[in-house]
Structure formats: structure tokens, C-alpha cells
Design a protein. Structure first.
Length: 304
């Protein structure tokens, strides 16, 4: 999942309520798959290893679905495709969506109302609520649990966005970054700016305006990382590779290629482009020595 307008910081950590709305788009080339592998118990295993963080987060989801159940009542195996230690790709979002939908299938059984279930997925990660409903989705930052949910407002029929994704590793924890930004002197301005940008972004997507979507995502990226860098710890998440890719994207745009960079809370880079220019962007980044993944607009979380 690529967050086009990112949220940063949480006003309620237990309910994972963000300060402002956010907008994202699911991808087609990266995903999380989760499955029940043992009904006798064990909790969540990620890439074959037990994961305490995933257990803790999913327990909040399971308790919402049925207060009497525990995540250790069954064993769930989860894997990211492609696997790796990249940060800023949205794997916690897709994992939260997959695990929530799977838990709902086990505990509730009936077909899920995804916008309604997004309130439960949010307990795993706020961004998981957007991944769950898929396409171009918006997370509405309400005043409480019930009014904070995600809804899909468009798919590839509105904007046939293409992406080229470059995964990059980092040791920075997203949770630490969310806490860090609250100490930035620019945080209040960011909340106001991002809220307004969501309206502009939604209008651009529905208006099939790729250039405006790209410009808005770039502005949001720079604002987000500026906020992180001006917190008390001066946390810098971009790496030399991130900057190198950004510079190449700007060069491509000066050559007439539709190419706009976008980053989340990590060094990985998404390049937003058109169907016509996707292969050229992919080739340019691979010539720099990076493994890149082409992608289109992905759908909702599904039971296979």
C-alpha cells in the first residue's frame, strides 16, 4: 500500500485514532498472505517465526470480534510477498488487513462489511483500515472509535495509476516515528495542511489528474519527513539511496517522463507514473542498481 497523503502521530494509541484524514492506494505487486495452519493454537508466525508484536496487535482485533477469544487459540502463518526487510512499503498495513479479515472469517464466519470491519482493522494499524477496503481509500479521522473508519472512493477506472516501487531497508521503527513527530514545532501546521490535502488529492484522483496526484504526493512526502526531522531526536529516515532515486525521478520528469516520487515512514520509494512511462521509469531505476517492482492499482483484502 502506498499512502498518498500520510497520517503521522496518533491522538489515541489504544484505539489508534489519527489526528487527520489520510488517503492511500493498494498495490498489485506486493501483498501479505495469511492462513490458519493449526487450529490447536500458537499465535501469529511471520515468515515462519513467532511474532510478539503481531500477536499483541491482533489480540486487540480478536477481542473486538469476540471478547472470549485469544489470538493464541489458533496458529496463523503470515508472509509478505516479496519477502524482505524493507521499510515504508506498507506491509504492516497489508498484514493488518489480511489478519483482520482472516480473524473475522474464523470468529464471525459471515461475509464482512469492509468499511465497518475497517474500524476493527484500525486496532492493528490505522493504515490497515485503508488496505482492507482497497483501491483508492480514505481513512476518516473522526472524534471517536465509531466515527474513524476507511472507505474506498475510487479504483483504476477513475485513475489508472501505475507505480514503480523500490524497497529499501531501515532499522527505524514506525511506532517511534509516530511518537517523535509530536515534538516537532510544525506538528499543528502539518495536521491542518494534510487535512486540506486529502480533499485536493481525492478531487485529483476522481478527476483523473495524474500530474496533480503526483505533485500532491511529493509535497506530502517532503512535509512528512520534514516533520520527523524536526522532532526532539532529529530522526532522519531518508537514506542516500532515497535521495539518489528522488534525483533520478526529477531528471526523468525534466526529460518529459511522468514520474513523481512518494515516501512513507521509511526510506523506500514509490514512483507514481503512467502506463506509457512505467517501463521507462523501471529501466532507469534498475540501471541505478535497484530492484524495482512495477504495480497497478490493487483491490480489497480477500479470502482465497
Amino acid at each position: 500500500m502506498q499512502a498518498l497523503v500520510k497520517y503521522h502521530g496518533l491522538k489515541d494509541w489504544k484505539l489508534r485514532l489519527p489526528y487527520h484524514d489520510s488517503i492511500s492506494v493498494n498495490t498489485t505487486s506486493m501483498k501479505t498472505e495469511a492462513s490458519i495452519t493449526d487450529a490447536k493454537g500458537g499465535g501469529v508466525y511471520v515468515e515462519g517465526k513467532p511474532n510478539d508484536s503481531a500477536n499483541s496487535r491482533l489480540q486487540a482485533v480478536v477481542s473486538r470480534l469476540d471478547p472470549s477469544r485469544k489470538v493464541t487459540d489458533f496458529r496463523i502463518d503470515s508472509k509478505n510477498i516479496p519477502s524482505g526487510k524493507a521499510k515504508g512499503i506498507g506491509y504492516s498495513s497489508s498484514a493488518g488487513a489480511a489478519l483482520t479479515l482472516l480473524a473475522h472469517k474464523i470468529i464471525v464466519g459471515k461475509k464482512a462489511d469492509l468499511p465497518a470491519l475497517s474500524k476493527t482493522a484500525r486496532l492493528f494499524a490505522a493504515s490497515a483500515s485503508r488496505s482492507l477496503v482497497g483501491g483508492f481509500s480514505r481513512l476518516y479521522a473522526g472524534k471517536d472509535d465509531d466515527s474513524t473508519y476507511a472507505e474506498r472512493f475510487a479504483d483504476s477506472r477513475a485513475l489508472d495509476l501505475r507505480m514503480v516501487i523500490v524497497p529499501l531497508p531501515s532499522r527505524v521503527r514506525t511506532e517511534d516515528a509516530h511518537r517523535e513527530v509530536l515534538s516537532s514545532p510544525f506538528f499543528a501546521a502539518r495536521v491542518e495542511s494534510a487535512q486540506k490535502r486529502c480533499d485536493f488529492m481525492e478531487k485529483a484522483i476522481l478527476g483523473n489528474d495524474l500530474d496533480e496526484v503526483g505533485r500532491l504526493a511529493e509535497r506530502d512526502t517532503l512535509e512528512l519527513h520534514s516533520l520527523t526531522m524536526t522532532g526532539d531526536s532529529g530522526l532522519i529516515i531518508m537514506t542516500e539511496d532515497s535521495i539518489r532515486i528522488i534525483r533520478r525521478v526529477r531528471e526523468l520528469r525534466s526529460e518529459g517522463v511522468k514520474a513523481y516520487y512518494s515516501m512513507q515512514t521509511g526510506p523506500s520509494v514509490f514512483v507514481n507514473t503512467s502506463e506509457k512511462d512505467q517501463d521507462r521509469v523501471l529501466a532507469a531505476l534498475e540501471r541505478l542498481g535497484y530492484r524495482a517492482y512495477p504495480s497497478g492499482v490493487g483491490g480489497e483484502a480477500t479470502i482465497l
